[in-house]
Design a protein around this ligand. Structure first.
Ligand code: CP
Length: 301
């Protein structure tokens, strides 16, 4: 693996290797990236992905250069192409973590980059490092991945975390996915075709109540306001699924509630104190997974 662009790149063996390293890095100080530099090049807003990557690099002894609003604060504002920016940044760093508003931007960047490019979210495309940390969370919290029943809930049309996670789940056995979305925000045919090909069972519904008692994982997502053409259209869907304690009480005893965050109104704050709620832990696990990824990618380069 030179660049990390999409979930389809991984198999169970490579995922296990990342998770084993993440486990190890939790227990032991590692400064093996001393002298290496990471660029975090973010054209879209972020809290978790940018800070966790930067923290991961610093914890591994490396250094970070960063632009948090590259659309405005890099030479993109003067009309420089992404490709030219990547070629130039190649002279300064050992890895580039890229978040961009266009689907396929990381792929384009990887073509002109000698240093590893990590896709930190490309528009409505993919967010593969989020999917890896999601899977790591499931493994840590449920002690298994094979055989789980998971509900992916919310804006499945625009959600890149949903896309990347579905592709990763397609690599495991006896998984059942419930796609829960309002009419008009359903999951794309690309994902369904992929799951059909990998013989993963899935079911589509707009009724969360219908399946709430069957699932091991409730993966809630927000309605992606920034992907709608106008606010009125977004407002039609805002608040369509809200997890409250009454709904949580109908879940299996050992089930968990996840969310890639940020949360808007789709999980009520009363749910935060439930032992099932692991979304803040999930963000913490992200640090370990991203440390493992940086160590693996930079070492190979
Ligand atoms: N989950 C996620 O990608 O969060 P940020 O947009 O804050 O990075």
């Amino acid at each position: 693996m030179k660049h990390l662009i999409e979930s389809q790149q991984f198999n169970q063996k490579s995922i296990n290797k990342i998770f084993a390293l993440a486990d190890k890095l939790e227990k032991k100080t590692d400064k093996s990236l001393k002298g290496k530099i990471m660029a975090s090049l973010f054209y879209e807003p972020s809290t978790r992905t940018r800070f966790s990557f930067e923290s991961a690099m610093l914890r591994l002894g490396g250094s970070v250069i960063t632009t948090e609003n590259a659309k405005e604060f890099s030479s993109a504002a003067k009309g420089e192409t992404l490709e030219d920016s990547i070629r130039v940044i190649n002279n300064y760093v050992d890895v580039i973590v890229l978040r961009h508003y266009e689907q396929g931007a990381s792929q384009r960047a990887s073509v002109v980059s000698d240093v590893p490019v990590i896709n930190a979210g490309d528009g409505p495309g993919q967010h593969p490092t989020q999917a890896l940390l999601d899977l790591y969370t499931i493994k840590r919290e449920l002690n298994k991945i094979d055989g789980i029943q998971i509900a992916l809930v919310g804006d499945l049309k625009h959600g890149r975390t949903i896309r990347s996670l579905s592709y990763l789940l397609g690599k495991y056995k006896n998984i059942k996915i419930y796609f829960v979305s309002p009419l008009g925000l359903g999951v794309g045919t690309d994902i369904k075709e992929y799951l059909d090909k990998h013989k993963i069972s899935y079911y589509e519904t707009d009724l969360l109540e219908e399946i709430i008692s069957k699932i091991d994982v409730l993966y809630q997502t927000r309605i992606q306001k920034e992907r709608f053409k106008d606010e009125q259209e977004y407002l039609k869907f805002k608040g369509c699924y809200q997890i409250d304690l009454s709904l949580v009480s109908r879940m299996k005893a050992k089930s968990i509630i996840m969310h890639p965050l940020p949360r808007i109104d789709e999980i009520l704050m009363e749910v935060d104190s439930s032992p099932k709620s692991v979304y803040f832990k999930q963000a913490k696990y992200g640090l370990l997974v991203r440390m493992a990824l940086l160590k693996m990618l930079i070492k190979k380069h």
